[in-house]
Design a binder for this molecule. Structure first.
Ligand SMILES: Nc1ncnc2c1ncn2[C@@H]1O[C@H](COP(=O)(O)OP(=O)(O)O)[C@@H](O)[C@H]1O
Ligand SMILES: [Mg+2]
Length: 174
């Protein structure tokens, strides 16, 4: 299957049984990320957006702690990797009434050298980049969460998204 640039590549959902699994999914996902990437996280309060982001931060090897940035729009976590690496810019767009622009973030960080993760970003963060990985989180009654990856743009064709999903399902196989 091929997917044209701009049309969403939807690889289905992965189930994460507990917070540790959701965090581990973020760690695995981070291995597929590079500077300039934009992730848009969607899901109700408590769905696990921040938990997943904590895993991404751990996987990227950035300075923590990654917490819910509720009282600021964005927080930058610099890389602590010996050789350097992308920073994590963690954005909470919950209180934003208008589309998010990089200038709004008011960060002393080169965003092209960072991975940008936007919680509550759907409908607000699309202008940041034409290439985005959307992550939809959904809480189930048994406490598990489903994590659905949807790629948008040439950076995230269906096979790339499927590879990330397969790795989250089975990190050992990646
Ligand atoms: N399977 C799971 N995955 C992620 N979080 C879970 C899971 N089960 C329970 N939780 C709990 O749900 C809450 C998720 O919170 P958080 O990650 O801050 O969500 P959000 O950022 O989407 O509001 C945490 O208290 C976490 O411990
Ligand atoms: Mg949150």
């Amino acid at each position: 299957m091929t997917t044209g640039s701009g049309s969403p590549a939807d690889a289905g959902a992965v189930r994460c049984a507990d917070p540790e699994a959701t965090r581990a999914a973020g760690v695995t996902l981070a291995a597929y990320l590079r500077a300039g990437d934009v992730l848009v996280l969607t899901g109700d309060l408590g769905a696990g957006k921040t938990t997943l982001t904590q895993g991404i931060g751990a996987g990227l090897g950035v300075r923590g702690p990654v917490t819910s940035p509720t009282f600021v729009i964005a927080r930058a976590h610099p890389s602590e990797r010996p050789g350097g690496g992308p920073a994590l810019v963690h954005v909470d767009a919950y209180r934003l009434g208008t589309a998010l622009e990089f200038d709004d973030l008011d960060l002393d960080t080169d965003l092209a050298a960072a991975v940008v993760v936007v919680e509550w970003g759907e409908g607000l963060a699309e202008g940041l980049s034409g290439d985005r990985l959307h992550v939809h989180l959904h809480a189930h009654d048994d406490g598990s969460r489903s994590v659905r990856l949807i790629g948008v743009g040439a950076r995230w064709p269906a096979d790339a998204v499927a590879a990330v999903q397969a790795a989250i399902l089975d990190p050992a196989a990646g």
